[in-house]
Design a protein around this ligand. Sequence first.
Ligand code: TRP
Length: 449
Amino acid sequence: MESREQFSSKLGLVLAAAGSAVGLGNVWRFPTEVGSGGGAAFILVYLLCVALVGVPVMISEFIIGRHTHANAITAFSRLAPGRLWRLEGVASVFVAFIILSYYIVVSGWTLFYLVQSAVGRLAGQEDYVRMHTDFASHPWYPVFCTVAFMCLVHVIVARGIQSGIERFSKVLMPMLLLIISILVICSFSMPGASQGWRFLLHPDFSTLDTHVVLSAVGQAFYSLSLAMGCLCTYASYFTSDTRLVKTAFSVSLLDTLVAVLSVFIIFPAVFSLSAVEADSGPGLVFVTLPGVFDMAFGHLPLLEYLFSTLFYLLLSLAALTSAISLHESVTAYVLEAFRLPRRVATLLVTVSASLLGVGCTLSFGPMKSFTLFGKTLFELFDSVSSLVIMPLGGIVFCLFVGWVMERRVVFAEFTNGGRHAVRLFRIFLFLIRYVVPVAIGLIFINGIV
Ligand code: TRP
């Protein structure tokens, strides 16, 4: 068998995993959830979910991936041959594929807004709601954008781990962090921004109910790229001296930082122009923000141009590194299971995900009337994956590492053979054996009944 690729440096692997985590989930989905979940209280619940549920699940995924050095499906079959657990591997790769195909739709929009902004056509529009609906329901513009975005992803994944994913993450992630810092400073200096801070800093717990808590768990899974085999696949390229616990903390911290900074970019800007609602749905960054940019910088066109172009560049870069990881999680399976060359496996995944992606794209236009359970294809994929499949997948990953894998093996992976984080092991074991499954289970049952 060919020797398997590995990440070449610690920085590279942390940035690649953080690249997977930091994505539209942080800059597009999180602010929307914060808006509809009531602001500060939602953020607090979210932080708790990341610390108590997200980090342990991430470590569990790392353990499975690094121990088996294989894609998610093979990993489960190797650890528990012939058992039902293999189904979890299959489900996670399948869902990664589904997420990829609707993820590229929104990523395609981002690309469109980036280009519009860069050529100076975003500023000064009459009606941004119209602009967005006209674009999203156009029969072929968004299809073109979706496919164009997918081609970018393809080029990177086809180059493999070191010269594709790792190399690009090392360039894209620092760029992203730089852009986000510039935007935070701009947003803080807007007049009236303090109203936005109040919304983000003074919790009002009366808005919390189990649905909101379930959304926070779902969001944590989504944002940290959990339970879909992505991080498990990345961990299969880790070296034996990679410290899993430390890596999980760094990745979660970076991801949470970007999510929190994003709301601090968006809400002060939104509130500084009180005309807009805080929870204007998925349209927040595509409909509300361009209007906000207009009003805030109307008399300073150059600044508006820079701010909005940088913002959509940020969104596109974030989307790109995440889409890469979703793609890789499916590609790694296709490549290893069918023993195909990487180029062929990548192409197969690209073509099939693009076809499904085009279906999702059209659900905003020509296929709008095609609904299942009252939702379009796009809405269905989004809500089923984050509210149902990810939390359930998270439970399974934890139960598997906590109860099925040999404790000796789990300990060796967690501590790198007894060298690091030894004292945290018992806490980890307690969390993944009891706390995470019970907590998610309860929230889940409450959330759906
Ligand atoms: N975490 C990414 C984001 O925040 C999306 C993502 C990438 C993802 N890989 C995933 C979500 C795996 C769930 C599972 O946008």
